[in-house]
Design a protein around this ligand. Structure first.
Ligand SMILES: NC(=O)c1ccc[n+]([C@@H]2O[C@H](COP(=O)([O-])OP(=O)(O)OC[C@H]3O[C@@H](n4cnc5c(N)ncnc54)[C@H](O)[C@@H]3O)[C@@H](O)[C@H]2O)c1
Length: 440
């Protein structure tokens, strides 16, 4: 099938590479000229396990990159919109990029297409896309048939290729039988063993994405709330987690205590869902608290650090492990590290940071030009002379460090663990002062 994907970010790029791998002819379009030029030369702008290889295998065979939608639109049977929908000032989803793309599509299409919204958009947006395209067609005074569909994306950064290749489900919202048929045909190569194709109306498909993210974020904030109570009453949330996770109705997934969720999706999607509820006469209570607690979780963690040093961090050195918002990605959008490091610097501390993939992103964007933060070549490198280690992202390489080496490098044997990676007895054996989430 000929496919065009507009928006070549985390979602568009993974979607394009995976469809191309299955033999479809895919062109990924983006307004970012440098990005497209790099991709045409095999340079992949983001880190995502397996993505570089997948793009390399298919580049200029089944996978193409362009900045010119007009040149590539005519052959496409399906056009995916995968541009960003960031949080607007009022908390809603900013749909300007999505609507810009819809407008361009309306200006350019000459024959039948299915336009699929893969961006996360609030209920009603896919039909707004339809209206915008139709308006542009009407302006040209031509007759072109097209359909719209909603196909929310559920991939997780860090495991995106695997998620796309072996999806738990494909959700399609559409109005016509023919659209479901075509979309099922496109996705059938991804679920040969198991039919996980779920068809529904457009509004429900749009809402499914928000409901899924809201549920997952709720689980995270729930366990963090339990952790905060545990700390105050002398319980250990690590034990409580196992105690509740063993109940099959609850399960172990997404109940790891920590310093909260980050990334592009959860914070902005929860916020957009709250706004959607309010705009439609309903004031959401649960999800409003979910986002609120998530913000506080980072603040509580920083307060722990501050309190340990009696409110004075001036001149202290902190070795920071982890910058990305979660492991296996270089994405730092809404990462806890941005808050915690900014606070450390604000209080006069020096920061030496290490992350397996996100140091370039940190240095070139988030902490650009800030001299009080430096970066190391290894996790041990950044602990030289450190007054404490602050662990912010649970990369695998941080799981079993050589504690003797840590002690050798550090000025003070203190660890603040925002992801509960270690066992207390292990740290006590090694005479570390160990602070984690949900356990005194
Ligand atoms: N990142 C995730 O893990 C994830 C998962 C599921 C769903 N989503 C949703 O998918 C959508 C895309 O997310 P992302 O993380 O891939 O975004 P991103 O910011 O990584 O990429 C968006 C891309 O769109 C491009 N773009 C913007 N306007 C354009 C235009 N008019 N024409 C062509 N290209 C344009 C940008 O240059 C950028 O390359 C969002 O709605 C997001 O909520 C993201």
């Amino acid at each position: 099938m000929h496919i065009v994907i507009v928006g070549t970010g985390y979602v568009g790029l993974v979607t394009g590479a995976c469809f191309a791998e299955m033999g479809n002819i895919v062109t990924c379009v983006d307004v970012d000229k440098d990005k497209i030029e790099n991709l045409n030369n095999g340079i992949v702008p983001i880190y995502e396990p397996g993505l570089k290889e997948l793009i390399g295998d298919n580049l200029h065979k089944t996978l193409f990159f362009s900045t010119n939608l007009e040149e590539v639109i005519s052959d496409a049977e399906i056009i995916f919109i995968a541009v960003g929908t960031p949080m607007d000032k009022d908390g809603s989803a900013d749909l300007s990029a999505v609507f810009n793309v819809a407008s361009s599509i309306g200006e350019l299409i000459l024959k039948q297409k299915i336009v699929v919204s893969k961006s996360t958009v609030p209920v009603g947006a896919t039909f707004q896309i339809k209206e915008i395209i139709q308006e542009q067609i009407n302006k040209r005074g031509v007759q072109v048939d097209f359909e719209v569909a909603s196909n929310p994306e559920f991939l997780k950064e860090g495991a995106a290729i695997n998620d796309f290749m072996k999806p738990d489900r494909i959700v399609i919202g559409a109005e016509k039988e023919g659209v479901f048929k075509k979309m099922k045909q496109l996705y059938s190569s991804f679920f040969r063993a198991n039919d996980r194709f779920i068809m529904m109306d457009v509004a429900s498909a749009e809402m499914t994405k928000y409901a899924a993210n809201a549920m997952l974020a709720t689980k995270i904030s729930f366990i963090n709330e339990m952790a905060n109570i545990c700390e105050r009453v002398g319980a250990d949330v690590n034990n409580v987690r196992v105690g509740i996770g063993s109940d099959s109705r609850i399960g172990y997934d997404f109940i790891y205590p920590g310093i909260g969720y980050g990334g592009t999706c959860f914070p902005k999607d929860i916020s957009a869902l709250i706004k959607l509820g309010k705009d439609n006469g309903y004031n959401p209570t649960i999800i409003s608290s979910v986002n609120e607690l998530n913000k506080k979780q980072k603040e509580y963690f920083f307060e722990k650090i501050l309190n340990r040093f009696n409110g004075n961090l001036e001149g202290l050195t902190f070795g920071v492990w982890g910058l990305s918002f979660k492991p296996e990605t270089d994405d730092m959008r809404e990462a806890a590290s941005v808050y915690v490091i900014s606070k450390l610097l604000e209080h006069g501390a020096l920061v030496k940071a290490y992350d397996p993939k996100a140091m370039v992103e940190a240095n070139s964007h988030y902490f650009k030009g800030i001299q009080k933060i430096t970066y190391g070549n290894s996790k041990y490198d950044v602990l030289k002379g450190a007054d404490a280690l602050v662990l912010l992202t649970e990369w695998k390489e941080f799981r079993s460090p050589d504690f003797d080496e840590l002690k050798k490098q550090m000025k003070q044997a203190i660890i603040f663990d925002g992801r509960n990676q270690y066992r207390t007895f292990e740290l006590e054996k090694n005479e570390f002062e160990y602070y984690q989430i949900g356990k005194i």
